[in-house]
Write a protein that binds this ligand. Structure first.
Ligand SMILES: NC(=O)c1ccc[n+]([C@@H]2O[C@H](COP(=O)([O-])OP(=O)(O)OC[C@H]3O[C@@H](n4cnc5c(N)ncnc54)[C@H](O)[C@@H]3O)[C@@H](O)[C@H]2O)c1
Length: 359
């Protein structure tokens, strides 16, 4: 176990150790520290941008959101934890709600504008991407599936200060065109696009590939693959200064993953589409990537049978011995949108703790 980030000026009675189930070490997004006090389990989570929370037996006791970095967040919270242990009141003045968007000092993507498709709620991979892109200084347009989804997406769009918020069901004729038309009218150009959507009817997704119906196959391919090709088509004329296009894929495209079924076939097509699009659009400075995250407990994932087993396997087998977070995916995607990545295109980037390299 690695030790907690200590500061000798803080008198501690609690012995903090890192939680092995969380990303640890240099470059990790969120770190978790655990201490046991009698029958109680104390937990401190900290993020590199200076947010953190202190919990006792799963109950949130305090939050910091303006620390300089993870170390300072840990120190502030560990002082509060010591007070809590001694039964002393925890002063007010500690912000109770962490901001939804992390504060990044260097606006490395400042001036860029992008469209994020696929936010359903705070667990969505698209939300992790939107948070990272916004924190790094971009202006965003976001979409929501329909009226039912709008109430979940609206507060997130507000936190992102999204300039354009529109409905988009890729199966509804004309809606994709309307989104890109509005971007053309209001922004004139587009710098990046994140396509983070997939769908397969239950009977297609949960059955054998050998049994899939034509309708099930077409519906899966339509939303999960063709919609990305069409978005690339609509984005191309707006990317007059170049740009980058991203879509989310999964390892089940490369190997047979239990219960991933027809979605694996769709993701294989999607990854191939990424390479063709990258070759066709590269001369215009438009780069195209698939991002391949390890399993994440999202609404889409809940449609996959025995998804918990996939999580357990990923945690145990990945060299990093931890599950990825949506923030890990967001930051990796944002890196590829930076001009520093201008000669990287057509990739499938695994954000999976190294799972895919291990037999
Ligand atoms: N969760 C995982 O383990 C995992 C791993 C690798 C890749 N992915 C991929 O990441 C992407 C995002 O999924 P998620 O896990 O964040 O789940 P999610 O449920 O949060 O997001 C899926 C999104 O797809 C949207 N969608 C579905 N049908 C649509 C349609 N007809 N038109 C427009 N939008 C539609 C939903 O509204 C939702 O916002 C998907 O492509 C998924 O296959 C997920």
């Amino acid at each position: 176990m690695s030790p907690a980030p200590t500061d000798s000026s803080v008198q501690r009675t609690l012995a903090w150790t890192t939680n092995q189930d969380f990303p640890v070490g240099k470059g990790a997004t969120v770190q978790e520290f655990v201490a046991v006090a009698g029958d109680n389990r104390y937990i401190i989570d900290v993020a590199p941008w200076g947010e953190g929370r202190f919990m006792v037996d799963g109950r949130e006791i305090a939050i910091v959101d303006r620390a300089k970095d993870a170390r300072q967040a840990f120190n502030d919270l560990s002082i509060l934890a010591e007070k809590y242990l001694r039964g002393e009141p925890i002063e007010v003045g500690i912000p109770r709600r962490a901001p939804l968007i992390p504060a990044a000092k260097a606006k490395l993507l400042g001036g860029k504008r992008g469209l994020i498709v696929g936010i359903a709620n705070e667990n969505s991979i698209a939300w992790g991407c939107a948070r990272a892109f916004r924190a790094l200084g971009t202006d965003l347009a976001v979409t929501y599936l329909n009226d039912k989804a709008k109430k979940h997406v609206d507060p997130l769009a507000e936190a992102l200060e999204a300039e354009i918020v529109m409905p988009l069901d890729v199966g509804t004729p004309g809606q994709m065109e309307s989104v890109f038309e509005r971007i053309g009218k209001e922004w004139g150009t587009l710098d990046f696009l994140v396509h983070s959507i997939a769908f397969s009817p239950k009977e297609a997704l949960q059955g054998r590939v050998v049994d899939v119906s034509r309708d099930g196959f077409l519906a899966t391919m339509d939303v999960s693959c063709w919609s990305f090709i069409r978005m690339a088509h609509l984005a191309e004329p707006l990317m007059t200064k170049g740009g980058s296009l991203f879509t989310m894929t999964y390892y089940g495209s490369q190997r047979v993953v239990s219960n991933y079924n027809i979605m694996g076939v769709a993701k294989a097509a999607l990854e191939s589409a990424v390479r063709y699009l990258a070759a066709e659009l590269g001369p215009k400075g438009i780069r195209v990537h698939a991002i391949s995250p390890g399993p994440l407990a999202t609404r889409a994932a809940s449609g996959i049978t025995e998804f918990d087993k996939l999580l357990d396997k990923a945690r145990g087998k990945a060299p990093a011995r931890s599950l990825v977070t949506i923030d890990d995916v967001g930051v990796a995607t944002a890196f590829l949108a930076h001009d520093a990545a201008r000669l990287i295109t057509g990739e499938t980037l695994y954000v999976d703790g190294g799972y895919h390299i291990v037999d």
